[in-house]
Design a protein around this ligand. Structure first.
Ligand code: PLP
Length: 400
C-alpha cells in the first residue's frame, strides 16, 4: 500500500471494527499526515495539535532531522541484537549520560518496559529480603503487570488480580505517609517528579527532596519515572533538574526518539552494575534506528535552543490560561511545568475535547476533569495563541 489513503474514513474504521482488538476509545477520524504542530485527516481537515503523539512528538510531527537520521540509518543497518556493539547505541548512551547524572543506560522500547527494568533493578540491587517499592496515588507507570501494579489507581487494577506482590501506596506529596510505610523490607521509591496522567500534578515544595532524604536514611533506591517529564518536556533535560533533586535511576520513553518507539533507564553506575549478563534484556532495545532518532532528537533540541523555548512557551501558556481562569468560572486551577499543562475544570472535560476538535484543535482530557496539553517545543507563538483562543471560546461556552 502507499501512504496516501485509498479507503474512505468509514472503510478504514470498518477494518478496525473487524480486525483490531477494541481496547481503545477512538475518535472517528483517520489521520494521514503530520508536520510540526499540524496534523491532517483523510478528508483533508487540518488540526492544530496541542497533544501531539500523546506526548511522544515533543519536536512536533515528523521533525526533519529525525526523519533524515532514520532514513540514513535504514540504509545501513535496521536491527542487530545486543550480542554486538553498534556506534549509535554507544553514542546515544553517552549523550544521555552527559546530560543527566552520569548514569549508564539500559535501552528498551517503551515506558512500561523502562519501569519494569527499574523494578527489577531495585530488587536486584538491594539485599534479598528487601523487595517492597513505595509508589504514589494518582501515579501512572504503564500497562504491563508490574508497572500496572505500581500504578496506584484502582481503575487500572480491576479484574487483574492477583497483582505483583510488594507495592505500597502513599498519597502524592505526603512524606509522613511514606516514612510510615518504610520497613526493613523496603527496597525503593518510584515517583513521577510531576504526575502526568494523574492530572499534571506538581509536587509540593520539599516533597522530592524529602523522598531523597528518606531514601538516603533507609538505603533505598530512588527512581523517578520521567517517561513523560523527561527529554526537555518541563524546560530542563529532566524534571529532576528543575527541582534540584537527583534520583538514583530515571526511566525515559515517550519523547526520547522524536516520535519513534524507544525507552531507556538511566542508573548511577554503582547501581547499574547490579544488572549483570543474563538478568535482563530487550530484543529491540537500543537498536540503531532508535539510537539515531534519539541522537537526532538531542541534537535538534540543542541546535535550536528548544529547552529555553520550552520555558518561554510554558510562560506564555501560563499567562494566557491564568487570564482565562479569571474570566471563566469553570476553570478551577491551572498547572504548568514547561510544556506540561493541566487545566482543572469544575465540569466534565470530554465535551471540551470534542468541541475543540470540531474547531480544529486537539487536546486531551485526563482524570475526567483535567484538560491536558503536551504541546511541541517547535510550536510558534501564533499557534500557541490560536490554541488558547479556541480553548477559551470553548470553555466560555461550557460555562454558559
Ligand atoms: C506513558 C507513561 C508510561 C508508559 O509508557 P508506555 O510507552 O505507554 O509503556 C509510564 N510512565 C509514565 C510517567 C508515563 O507517562
Amino acid at each position: 500500500m502507499s501512504s496516501t489513503p485509498s479507503l474512505s474514513a468509514q472503510e478504514t474504521i470498518d477494518l478496525f471494527e473487524r480486525y483490531v482488538v477494541p481496547n481503545y476509545v477512538r475518535f472517528p477520524v483517520v489521520l494521514v499526515r503530520g508536520e510540526g504542530s499540524y496534523v491532517w485527516d483523510s478528508d483533508g481537515n487540518r488540526y492544530l495539535d496541542l497533544f501531539p503523539g500523546w506526548g511522544c512528538n515533543l519536536l512536533g510531527h515528523c521533525p526533519p532531522p529525525v526523519v533524515e537520521a532514520v532514513r540514513d540509518q535504514l540504509s545501513w543497518l535496521i536491527h542487530v541484537p545486543n550480542t554486538w556493539y553498534t556506534e549509535p547505541q554507544g553514542r546515544w548512551a553517552e549523550a544521555l549520560s552527559q546530560r543527566s547524572f552520569g548514569g549508564q543506560a539500559f535501552f528498551c522500547n517503551s515506558g512500561t518496559e523502562a519501569v519494569e527494568a527499574a523494578i527489577k533493578l531495585v530488587r536486584l540491587h538491594t539485599p534479598k529480603q528487601r523487595y517492597k517499592i513505595i509508589t504514589f496515588e494518582g501515579g501512572f507507570h504503564g500497562r504491563t503487570l508490574g508497572s500496572t501494579t505500581a500504578t496506584a489507581q484502582p481503575k487500572y487494577h480491576e479484574g487483574l488480580g492477583p497483582l505483583v506482590a510488594g507495592f505500597l501506596y502513599a498519597p502524592y506529596g505526603d512524606l509522613e505517609a511514606v516514612a510510615k510505610l518504610i520497613d526493613d523490607q523496603t527496597a525503593g521509591i518510584l515517583v513521577e517528579p510531576v504526575q502526568g496522567e494523574g492530572g499534571v500534578r506538581i509536587p509540593p515544595e520539599g516533597f522530592l527532596s524529602g523522598l531523597r532524604r528518606l531514601a538516603d536514611e533507609n538505603d533505598l533506591v530512588l527512581v523517578f519515572d520521567e517517561v513523560q517529564t523527561g527529554c526537555g518536556r518541563t524546560g530542563q533535560w529532566f524534571a529532576y533538574q528543575r527541582f534540584g533533586v537527583t534520583p538514583d535511576v530515571i526511566t525515559l520513553a515517550k519523547a526520547l526518539c522524536g516520535g519513534l518507539a524507544g525507552g531507556a533507564l538511566l542508573a548511577k553506575p554503582d547501581i547499574a552494575s547490579s544488572l549483570r549478563p543474563g538478568m535482563h534484556a530487550a530484543t529491540f532495545g537500543g537498536n540503531p534506528v532508535a539510537a539515531r532518532a534519539g541522537l537526532a532528537t538531542i541534537e535538534m533540541i540543542e541546535r535550536e535552543n528548544l529547552l529555553e523555548r520550552t520555558r518561554q512557551l510554558g510562560a506564555l501558556f501560563e499567562e494566557r490560561l491564568r487570564q482565562l481562569q479569571g474570566q471563566c468560572e469553570v476553570v478551577r486551577e491551572v498547572r504548568v511545568a514547561g510544556l506540561m499543562i493541566g487545566i482543572e475544570l469544575d465540569v466534565d472535560g470530554a465535551p471540551v475535547v470534542e468541541d475543540c476538535m470540531k474547531r480544529g484543535l486537539l487536546v486531551n482530557c485526563t482524570q475526567g476533569t483535567v484538560i491536558r496539553l503536551l504541546p511541541a517545543m517547535t510550536l510558534t507563538d501564533e499557534q500557541a495563541h490560536q490554541g488558547c483562543d479556541i480553548l477559551a471560546d470553548v470553555l466560555k461556552a461550557q460555562a454558559g
